[in-house]
Write a protein that binds this ligand. Structure first.
Ligand SMILES: CC(C)(COP(=O)(O)OP(=O)(O)OC[C@H]1O[C@@H](n2cnc3c(N)ncnc32)[C@H](O)[C@@H]1OP(=O)(O)O)[C@@H](O)C(=O)NCCC(=O)NCCS
Length: 193
């Protein structure tokens, strides 16, 4: 196992190009076509929760969180993207980045975090699968990868419906929206991709 002596710090403007290159390498150049990215369009990540891992001057990991609205007007955070340099994986950097950011998010008063990702990995930091049909992403999403973590107990209770960016929510006068209850089309569409 590789040993990494890394520190976790808040991202700076000088990190941005390196982060984008790392994310292109980790997720591919088509990453912006994913439904999570639709929620990020026109929005800024939460500055205090944009963390990097460094070894000396070298950036070896990145995590960011974006504000979203779930169900009928509930504020939440979308975790991601999360990536660790290929040479520094399996050193605990990904988990430490998330744990540090999630502790900070709770301190800042955030109650609910969602993400689209592999449950066997994210369960290490307390994420679980969103019950079928409760939250609907703006694009085909495998329901097995739709995960949540409550920072305040009960934060998901009663939340049901579309996940939207704050900007889109305002445009659509969100309170008047209702979400489809049947997730089968999303599941089939995701399987067909
Ligand atoms: C996923 C990723 C962020 C993990 O970062 P990392 O720093 O290597 O993770 P950690 O060291 O904290 O944890 C490593 C452990 O998680 C496991 N793990 C890593 N990715 C996993 C996945 N997708 N599913 C299940 N387990 C996973 C490893 O096997 C390892 O297990 P072990 O502790 O039993 O040996 C990194 O591999 C990465 O950047 N991947 C490409 C981008 C990506 O896929 N990001 C989102 C994941 S859905």
């Amino acid at each position: 196992m590789t040993v990494s002596h890394f520190t976790i710090e808040t991202q700076t403007a000088q990190d941005l190009d390196t982060i984008e290159t790392m994310l292109d390498a980790a997720f591919g150049l088509d990453r912006r076509t994913r439904s999570s990215y639709r929620l990020r369009e026109g929005e800024e990540p939460v500055e205090e929760l944009s963390l990097v891992a460094r070894e000396g001057d070298c950036l070896v990991g990145t995590v960011r969180f974006w504000p979203v609205i779930v169900g009928e007007g509930r504020e939440a955070l979308l975790l991601g993207p999360l990536a660790v340099h290929p040479d520094r994986r399996n050193c605990g950097i990904g988990v430490r980045l998330m744990e540090t950011a999630l502790d900070k998010a709770r301190e800042l008063g955030h109650a609910l975090v969602i993400l689209v990702g592999d449950e066997p990995y994210y369960r290490r930091v307390g994420f679980a699968r969103v019950p079928d049909g409760r939250l609907v992403m703006p694009g085909p999403t495998d329901p097995d990868r739709m995960l949540y973590r409550e920072l305040v107990p009960g934060a998901l209770d009663g939340a049901e419906g579309l996940v939207l960016s704050p900007g889109r929510w305002r445009e659509l006068d969100g309170g008047r929206l209702t979400a489809p209850r049947d997730t089968r089309p999303a599941r089939e569409a995701a399987a067909a991709r």
